[in-house]
Design a protein around this ligand. Structure first.
Ligand code: HEC
Ligand code: HEC
Ligand code: HEC
Ligand code: HEC
Ligand code: HEC
Ligand code: HEC
Ligand code: HEC
Length: 319
C-alpha cells in the first residue's frame, strides 16, 4: 500500500518536473550572449555613450543609423545563435574601434554555406550562380554581395516557413529591394546615376499600391524556373513581366513563384487545386476549383439531359 502511494507521489513529482522543464524550454526567450549585449549597448540604440580617456569626460553621441542593429530582430533572426564576434573581430570590444578593423574582410553566405551538404535544400551554390547572372552582379561585380539584400542581423526565412502569410512574405521580400531602390544613399554606394522613380516606371500597372502589397518585385523581375526554389536572376528591365495575363489567368506564374512552397505543401496534404490562391487572395482569372468545374459540368449535363428528354417527350406526344 505504502509503496504504491509513494510510487504515485513519485510519478506525480516526475510529471510536474517534466512539465516544468517543458514549459521552461517553451517560454525561455532567445537572449543575446554577454558579448553581443556589450555591442548592443551601443549598436542597439540610437545613441551611444563612452568614456573619453583624453578629456576624462563621459560622452553621448548619435549612432550612425546604418550601424544600428535592431536587437528584437536580431534575436528572431536565423543566425541569432551567433555572437557578434563569431563574424566580427574580437577587437571590436574596444572603443574607439581599432581603425584597421574597417579593412577586415567580412564572411559572406557562401563562405559558410558553400558546398555544404547539410544545407543542400537551400541550394546556396545555385543561388550564387543565379546572382552572378543577375543585372546587379553584371553591373557591379564583387561589390554586389548577397548581403545587399539579406541583412545577416535580421535575416529570416520567408516563403519556405510553414503558415507564412502571403502579405508578410511580400512585405519582407520587397523591403530587400526597396532598402536600396527607395533609398538614394544606399543606391549611390553602387552608382552615381540617378535612381529611377519606381512609382513612375510602374505607372502602367493599375492599382499599383495593391499590387505591391500582393506580389513581390521578383515575380516580375526573375524568370520562371524549375531548377531553384527562388530565382535570384534579376533580368534586364526589357524582360520584366508586364502582361496582366501572366498572373491573371488559370495558368498564373504566381503558382510557380510566390505560391510555390504553399502549393507544394497543399499538394502534399491532398488539398484541392489552387487552394492556396483561393485562401490567400482572389486573383481575378487565376481562381478555379476543380470541384466547381465538376459541379458545373454536372449541372450542364443535367440541363442538357433535361432539355433532350423534354424535346423527346414533345415529339412523341405530337405523334
Ligand atoms: C561604445 C559604443 C560601442 C560599442 C560598445 C561597440 N561599438 Fe561598434 N561602433 C560604434 C560606433 C560609434 C561606430 C561607428 C564608427 C566609429 O565611430 O568608430 C561603430 C562601428 C562599428 C562597425 C563598423 C565598422 C566600419 O567602420 O566598417 C562594426 C562592424 C562594429 N562597430 C562592430 C561592433 C562589435 C562587434 C561590437 C562588440 C564586440 C561593437 N561594435 C561594440 C560604437 C560601439
Ligand atoms: C552571421 C554573421 C554576423 C553576425 C553574427 C553579426 N554580423 Fe555584423 N555584419 C556581418 C556582415 C557580413 C556585415 C557586412 C554587411 C555588408 O557588407 O553589407 C556586417 C556589418 C556590420 C556592421 C556595419 C554595418 C555596415 O553596413 O557596414 C555593424 C555595425 C555590425 N555588423 C554589427 C554587428 C553586431 C553589433 C553584431 C552582434 C549583435 C553583429 N554585427 C553580428 C555579419 C555578421
Ligand atoms: C559565419 C557563418 C555563416 C554565415 C556568414 C551565414 N550563415 Fe547561414 N547558417 C550558419 C549556421 C552555422 C547555421 C545553422 C546550422 C544549423 O541550424 O544547424 C545557418 C543556418 C542557415 C539557414 C537555415 C535555417 C534553418 O532553420 O534551416 C539558412 C537559410 C541560412 N543560414 C542562410 C544564410 C544566408 C542567406 C546567409 C548570407 C546572407 C548566411 N546564411 C550566412 C552559418 C552562417
Ligand atoms: C537582389 C536581392 C537578393 C540578393 C542579391 C540575394 N538574395 Fe537570396 N533571396 C532574395 C529574396 C527576395 C528571397 C526570397 C525570400 C523568401 O521569401 O523566402 C531570397 C531567398 C534566399 C534563400 C532562401 C531560399 C529558400 O528556399 O527558402 C537563400 C538560401 C538565399 N536567398 C541565398 C542567397 C545567397 C547565397 C545570395 C548571394 C549569392 C543571395 N541570396 C543574394 C533576394 C536576394
Ligand atoms: C507586375 C510586374 C512588376 C512588379 C510587381 C514590379 N515590377 Fe519593376 N518593372 C516591371 C516592368 C514591366 C518594367 C519595365 C518598365 C519599362 O521599361 O517601361 C519594370 C521596371 C523596373 C525598373 C527599371 C526602371 C528604369 O526605368 O530603369 C526597376 C529598377 C524596377 N522595375 C524595380 C522594381 C522593384 C524594386 C519592384 C518591387 C517593389 C518592382 N520593380 C515590381 C514590372 C514589375
Ligand atoms: C543595394 C542596392 C540594390 C538592391 C538591394 C537591389 N537593387 Fe536593383 N538596382 C540597383 C542599381 C544601382 C541598379 C542600376 C543598375 C545599372 O545602372 O545598370 C539596379 C537596377 C535594377 C533593375 C533594372 C535593370 C535594367 O535593365 O536597367 C531592376 C529590374 C532591379 N534593379 C530590380 C531589383 C529587384 C527586384 C531587387 C530585389 C530583389 C533589387 N533590384 C535590389 C541597386 C539595387
Ligand atoms: C505579377 C502578377 C500580376 C501581374 C503581372 C498583374 N497583376 Fe493584377 N493583381 C495581382 C494580384 C496578386 C492582385 C491582388 C489580388 C487581391 O486583391 O488580393 C492583383 C489585383 C489586381 C486588380 C484589383 C482587383 C481588386 O480586387 O480590386 C486589378 C484591377 C488588376 N490586378 C489588374 C491588373 C492589370 C490590368 C494588369 C496588367 C497591366 C495586372 N493586374 C498585372 C497580380 C498581378
Amino acid at each position: 500500500m505504502i509503496t504504491e502511494h509513494l510510487f504515485k507521489k513519485y510519478l506525480m513529482l516526475c510529471f510536474l518536473l517534466a512539465s516544468g522543464i517543458f514549459c521552461f524550454a517553451q517560454v525561455e526567450p532567445v537572449t543575446l550572449s554577454e558579448q553581443s549585449s556589450h555591442c548592443i549597448q551601443c549598436h542597439g540604440n540610437r545613441y551611444y555613450k563612452f568614456h573619453n580617456k583624453v578629456t576624462g569626460s563621459e560622452v553621448k553621441k548619435l549612432m550612425n543609423p546604418y550601424y544600428f542593429i535592431d536587437s528584437t530582430k536580431y534575436v528572431q533572426a536565423i543566425h541569432s545563435f551567433f555572437s557578434c564576434e563569431d563574424c566580427h573581430a574580437a577587437d571590436y570590444v574596444n572603443y574607439p574601434h581599432p581603425s584597421e578593423l574597417k579593412l577586415e574582410p567580412k564572411l559572406s553566405c557562401i563562405d559558410c554555406h558553400g558546398g555544404d551538404e547539410t544545407f543542400a535544400k537551400y541550394q546556396f551554390d545555385q543561388m550564387a550562380e543565379e546572382v552572378a547572372n543577375s543585372v546587379h552582379k553584371q553591373a557591379f561585380g564583387e561589390q554586389f554581395k548577397c548581403e545587399m539584400c539579406h541583412d545577416l542581423h535580421s535575416y529570416k526565412l520567408g516563403a519556405r516557413k510553414e503558415n507564412s502569410k502571403i502579405t508578410e512574405i511580400v512585405k519582407q521580400d520587397n523591403e530587400m529591394c526597396l532598402s536600396c531602390h527607395n533609398n538614394l544613399s544606399k543606391y549611390q554606394i553602387l552608382t552615381d546615376n540617378q535612381k529611377p522613380e519606381l512609382l513612375k516606371t510602374h505607372e502602367w500597372l493599375p492599382n499599383q499600391e495593391l499590387h505591391f502589397l500582393n506580389v513581390r518585385c521578383i515575380e516580375c523581375h526573375t524568370p520562371v524556373t524549375d531548377t531553384v526554389m527562388v530565382s535570384h536572376k534579376i533580368l534586364p528591365k526589357e524582360k520584366a513581366v508586364h502582361l496582366c495575363s501572366d498572373c491573371h489567368s488559370t495558368n498564373s506564374i504566381l503558382r510557380d513563384k510566390l505560391y510555390k512552397y504553399a502549393a507544394i505543401q497543399s499538394r502534399n496534404e491532398g488539398g484541392y487545386y489552387n487552394s492556396v490562391i483561393l485562401n490567400e487572395a482572389y486573383v481575378i482569372g487565376a481562381n478555379r476549383n476543380k470541384y466547381f468545374n465538376i459541379i458545373s459540368l454536372l449541372i450542364l449535363g443535367l440541363a442538357l439531359g433535361g432539355i433532350s428528354l423534354h424535346i423527346a417527350a414533345r415529339i412523341i406526344n405530337k405523334k
